[in-house]
Design a binder for this molecule. Structure first.
Ligand SMILES: Cc1ncc(COP(=O)(O)O)c(C=O)c1O
Length: 380
């Protein structure tokens, strides 16, 4: 059996181990230490705003929503096409998600749909407490019209940039435009701390507050005194060391991920009915995952035919995120549209996308996808 090709695996650079060794040598092995401070500073310098390192992107979503004052009785707008961790933290706080459809041109939150939904809610006198904008698969949402609409109704914007570290929108980093933002360093992301996340905000006092909450909200003083509810959400100094090394190779990883996506695109250029997800002209799409849309009428085979061809050959691929309104958990949520997200889910496929993917491995994937077209009699 061929060696398994995974969807997206960690890819260490030359420096991570050194930072981890330093943590061991100095015995800074818990949730305080020099790697943590340096990781936050280095991250903040890149992003242009302060940041706090946390145990996961989901923790960053949770604390970000709490900073925005989200609580029981509130509604929060969020794209229906996303991973469930964009939405669950709304529920952690007792609030209610309202699901919005995607824009076909970007696959992200549709600015027109958002403007209509805000208008409809304003007419009823119940605006959402926040709008979560998810930047999917390494592509920024079209932020200008989104920020304009939210400004008009004075609703704050929370960027879920878990999949979009290194992504740019009109020269600005994803996660630097809303009042608060969340990043993930999960093992499958463009860089990883094995597991981890970052919360960033334009308000330094919010970042400090999140840091306080992330370490059990312990008040100053020797006694373990607490006046607010806190969490055990801090990243460890060991993992922050991995993060420091990974940050140094971020640009290289972006180049490599884009190269993987464009190599697939070029290899499928002569096949009808299989297209790389849109690359909006306004920014830098990292192509964290190489995602393709299959039009079976032209391609011959379906998206599922490709999945079925890859798995027995020990190649991991998966459908585009299942929209939240199709999930048992969120089927009853209020929503504005959803047809675009449903279509992308039905026809979209994420192919192996690791920055360490070798040309030979990529060749195996390409050959099998091309065979799916050939089997149907449509391929060359
Ligand atoms: C869009 C999105 N939001 C949030 C998260 C949560 O991040 P984490 O896995 O680090 O908790 C992820 C990834 O896992 C994600 O893809």
């Amino acid at each position: 059996m061929n060696k398994r090709i995974y969807l997206s695996v960690p890819h260490m650079g030359p420096e991570e181990e050194g930072f981890v060794r330093e943590a061991f040598a100095s015995n800074w092995l818990s949730t305080v230490g020099p790697n943590l401070n340096a990781f936050e500073e280095e991250f903040a310098t890149r992003l242009g705003r302060p940041a706090v390192a946390l145990g996961s992107g989901t923790a960053a979503m949770h604390l970000g929503l709490r900073l925005l004052g989200v609580g029981p009785g509130d509604e929060v707008f969020v794209s229906t096409l996303t991973f469930v961790a964009s939405v669950n933290p709304i529920r952690y706080l007792g609030a209610t998600p309202v699901l919005l459809d995607s824009d076909r041109a970007t696959w992200n939150l549709d600015p027109e749909r958002l403007a209509d939904a805000l208008k409809a809610k304003a007419a009823k006198g119940k605006l959402p407490k926040a709008v979560i904008v998810v930047h999917l698969y390494g592509q920024s949402a079209d932020m200008d019209p989104i920020l304009d609409a939210c400004r008009r109704y004075e609703v704050p914007v929370f960027e879920d940039a878990a999949e979009a570290l290194g992504t740019l929108y009109k020269g600005k980093p994803a996660g630097s435009m809303g009042v608060v933002s969340a990043f993930s360093f999960n093992g499958n992301k463009i860089i990883t701390t094995t597991g981890g996340g970052m919360l960033a905000s334009s308000k330094k006092e919010w970042v400090d507050k999140a840091r306080f909450w992330s370490t059990q909200a312990r008040d100053p003083g020797v006694a373990y005194e607490h006046t607010e509810v806190g969490y055990n959400y801090r990243l460890s100094n060991v993992l922050a060391g991995i993060g420091r090394g990974q940050l140094k190779v971020l640009e290289e990883r972006v180049r490599q991920r884009r190269a993987v996506a464009f190599a697939y695109r070029d290899a499928f250029a002569d096949l009808p009915g299989i297209e790389l997800m849109p690359q909006a002209g306004y920014g830098l799409h990292t192509n964290w995952l190489s995602v393709f849309l299959v039009d079976s009428a032209k391609f011959g085979g379906t998206r599922d035919d490709i999945l079925r061809a890859l798995e027995p050959e020990n190649i991991e691929a998966r459908p585009v995120w299942k929209p939240m309104h199709l999930q048992p958990l969120y089927a009853s949520a209020e929503r504005f549209g959803g047809e675009v997200a449903e279509d992308l889910f039905a026809r979209g496929i994420c192919l192996p996308s690791s920055s360490s993917l070798s040309p030979d491995e990529q060749g195996r994937v390409i050959e099998l996808v091309r065979k799916c077209a050939r089997v149907s009699g449509r391929g060359p």
